[in-house]
Design a protein around this ligand. Sequence first.
Ligand code: CP
Length: 304
Amino acid sequence: MRHLIDITDLSNDEISRLADTADRIIADRQAFSNVCAGKKLATLFFEPSTRTRLSFEAAMLELGGSVLGFSSADSSSASKGESVSDTVRTVGCYADIIAMRHPKEGAPMAAAAKSPVPIINAGDGGHCHPTQTLADLLTIRREKGRLGGFTIGFCGDLKFGRTVHSLITALARYEDIRFVFISPPELVVPEYMKNGVIRRNRLTFAETDSLEQALPELDILYMTRVQRERFFNEADYIRLKDSYILEPSKLRAAKSDLCIMHPLPRVNEISAKVDDDPRACYFKQVENGKFIREALIMFLLGLM
Ligand code: CP
């Protein structure tokens, strides 16, 4: 039995297979409409979500399966003190596969140790978000035609942004990528990422606090929201929340084939005026997320 807790649980070959399958689903959705008939997905979300939970549910429904679950800890027996391990042992009696989001780093890993069915980490605290990374990789592959040979800028909250940590970890295994980390000093990439991934893989990178200076050299810009829910101090959040706001005027200096990404939800960091720019790819990410989650469900259930 396989789980997906961290993006490194998948080899590059497996990621390619998942992306190939997602491409096939996009080309012919009807052909996959019965693949998971009789199978059930449980979504256990101890933390809020729109895209991840609903895209998992839409993915399973489009594959002909069924869904059950809860969307907040308050509506589950976690509110009575039940452990994550007991919760997944219980839900494993009802469902064939579980997607779990939890505010505590490591909770999905602890769940996997006791689960009778595959566990998918749908985001654990500030740690990682591997299925968002699969959506991001599919988007990059479909937009750029390759996973490598580009300069990618990560902008915003690089300290708490779990999607950033997962995507850096994934891209570290591909060739010829230059990373530019754009953040205020308080929100730089954490040391465990710098030592465990960036320095260990001898990644080529630069750090700056200036989006304007970095923008012209980028092939991909990955914007992120300042993660209010991870701050201990509201005053710090308010001081930092609008550090970067991408406006159409700033994009004049960017490449004509720049790919603008954001895992969403956004707050202020990308102006809605950018949405009509052909370089805006963030709603394509949303759609790609559903298709790659379909491929992942099939993979973990042994159906591809
Ligand atoms: N990208 C993402 O994880 O969005 P949600 O929090 O809405 O699931």
